[in-house]
Design a protein around this ligand. Structure first.
Ligand code: DQA
Length: 144
């Protein structure tokens, strides 16, 4: 199972960015955790991070025919991007939406998720472990 893990804007700043919300661990720490989990699950993980909406759309399009699953934390684009939603629908690759924080308990503007419509599941408020749970969900679906 080949999984593409996509992270949106400002997630490259993990560890520096609002540590009281997102924790003190860095983006590199996140990659190490997810790589470990992937090998435990017998999956292969590749990573993409961008601060640009169009680059994320391109990455989703390029995943077509190459990946069996997508784990995506679109960050702020979660709440604004019809283009990312449309890209996920276009490729039809099973995707799981992840948020490090519990967005359901945060500001009103974070209550909308466009991408959710194209995702098989959403994991939020579990910190970095949410990415591992998302990969487990994708792997379980493939086995069942
Ligand atoms: C986030 C939540 C979003 O609302 C926010 O814009 C982010 C990160 C999370 O992982 O908790 O950048 O997706």
């Amino acid at each position: 199972m080949k999984i593409l893990v996509i992270n949106g804007p400002n997630l490259n700043m993990l560890g520096i960015r609002e540590p009281e919300i997102y924790g003190k661990e860095t983006y590199q720490d996140l990659l190490a955790l997810v790589k470990d989990a992937a090998s435990r699950l017998g999956a292969e993980a590749a990573f993409f991070q961008s601060n640009h909406e169009g680059a994320i759309v391109d990455a989703i399009q390029e995943a077509y025919g190459k990946y069996d699953g997508i784990v995506i934390n679109p960050a702020a684009y979660t709440h604004t991007s019809v283009a990312i939603l449309d890209a996920l629908k276009a490729v039809g690759i099973p995707a799981v939406e992840v948020h490090i924080s519990n967005v359901s308990e945060r500001e009103d503007f974070r209550q909308i998720s466009y991408v959710r419509q194209a995702c098989v599941a959403t994991v939020m408020g579990k910190g970095f472990d949410g990415y591992v749970e998302a990969m487990e969900i994708l792997c379980d679906r493939q086995v069942l």
